[in-house]
Design a protein around this ligand. Structure first.
Ligand code: FMN
Ligand code: 173
Length: 386
């Protein structure tokens, strides 16, 4: 039990008595604006941009406003419980760090900085297949802190099997299989800026260190990086996959398997029928299908369909504490945060990631308390009206 939000709020006001002109932002939009000042066009828009005309990306934020919380009074919210049970382990908060590739384009320390910040807070870190640092390097800086591995299911089954084996060996405790990105979408900003991080050798740390990947090259990535990058580009995604292929993953890992990118309740049902351990309702931050339904809009149907069978997670548009409360009320067990901590990374490295996460947790805690709930697990749809 805690009053996390009050403590963070107190800390902020305590330092304000000694104002520092270089203080880190508090407001989400200011983090984004500071990141914009720091990063060049290519990397900034790689992060901030979406697919096509970015209508889904905008919708991801706007749809949260359709739902209203009706706060309840006199319900003893002094000591609150923010913990959630994730596959048999207690997580301190209903938050995970979303898998984000190529963090070296944001900060020189890349994934190591965000992984360390997550580890310090106890927020599970989901390492992307497309990390610039290898999954083993990330694991090393995290000690025994909770971490999951996000799989981009390669066209080469040997590479997929090798990634699963390496993830289990280096202490990752769940596999997140991202299904919405068998290829990168039409992203106008990146095409305009002629910017694709992989072509300059960023975001392929897991592949260049992988024995199965290396065994398919006639010259090593160190001798001929261009050939290795070309081979990566040809095998990175697999648009030929079907539901029947899920058995391959089960054969190659003992870890819980979650499917990321689910937006239709029939797909969620199919996932549950295939024995998958969880789903992540997500439209990839509006980066894949422009015009796709927002994740928060898709969540209630999916919760109705499979909520009592498997845990449901959600991302795409979480910016503030109230967004988290609404997502939990609509059926998510926990949320993934993506762009906000990445702006923190751009502005202040590890410290920035920690600050963004901590403030969002504090905001969530206080919104929950002021709405009349003293435990994350008590948050339900009765709090909301449309
Ligand atoms: C720069 C960037 C890179 C991403 N890389 C990955 C990735 O490697 N794997 C993945 O599953 N999702 C990736 N995502 C999607 C996030 O995991 C998450 O779904 C998305 O950021 C949620 O939207 P939001 O950040 O706007 O809330 C990426 C997102 C961004 C912004
Ligand atoms: O940019 C992305 O959204 C993404 O998911 C990705 C895909 C491949 C490599 C790096 C990131």
């Amino acid at each position: 039990m805690s009053n996390f939000g009050n403590q963070i709020q107190y800390q902020i006001y305590a330092t304000m008595q000694n104002p520092n002109p270089n203080r880190l932002p508090v407001i989400y939009e200011e983090w984004e604006a500071r990141a914009r000042e720091i990063l060049d066009d290519g990397p900034f828009y790689y992060i901030a941009g979406g697919a096509g005309g970015e209508s889904t990306m905008k919708e991801n934020l706007q749809v949260f406003d359709r739902w209203k919380i009706t706060p309840r009074m006199l319900r003893d919210v002094q000591d609150r419980d923010l913990t959630v049970n994730l596959f048999g382990k207690t997580a301190p908060f209903p938050f995970l760090l979303a898998p984000i590739g190529v963090q070296s384009i944001i900060h020189p320390e890349g994934e190591l900085a965000s992984a360390k910040a997550s580890a310090k807070l106890g927020v599970p870190y989901i390492a992307s297949s497309a990390s610039t640092k290898s999954m083993e390097e990330i694991a090393e800086v995290m000690g025994d802190a909770e971490r999951w591995f996000q799989l981009y299911w390669s066209k080469d089954p040997d590479v997929t099997a090798s990634f699963l084996q390496r993830a289990e060996a280096s202490g990752y405790s769940a596999i997140v299989v991202t299904l919405d990105t068998p290829m990168l979408a039409w992203r106008e900003r990146d095409l305009k800026n002629v910017y694709l991080p992989f072509l300059i050798g960023e975001g392929i740390g897991n592949y260049f260190t992988d024995p199965a990947f290396r065994s398919k090259l006639s010259t090593s990535p160190e001798e001929d990086p261009t050939a290795a990058i070309m081979h990566w580009a040809q095998t990175f995604g697999n648009p030929g996959l079907t539901w029947e292929d899920l058995g391959f993953l089960r054969e190659h890992t003992h870890l819980p398997i979650l499917l990321k990118g689910i937006l239709h309740s029939d797909d969620a049902k199919q996932a549950a029928d295939y024995g998958v351990d969880g789903v992540i309702v997500s439209n990839h931050g509006g980066r894949q299908v422009d015009g796709a339904v927002s994740a928060i809009e898709a969540l209630p149907d999916i919760s109705d369909a499979v909520g009592n069978q498997i845990p449901i997670f959600m991302d795409s548009g979480i910016r503030r504490g109230a967004d988290v409360v609404k997502a939990l009320a609509l059926g998510a067990k926990a949320v993934l945060v993506g762009r906000p901590p990445m702006y923190g990374l751009a502005v202040a490295g590890e410290k920035g990631v920690k600050e963004v996460l901590q403030n969002m947790i504090a905001d969530m805690d206080m919104t929950m308390a002021l709405s009349g709930k003293n435990a994350v697990t008590d948050i339900d749809a009765s709090m909301l009206t449309e």
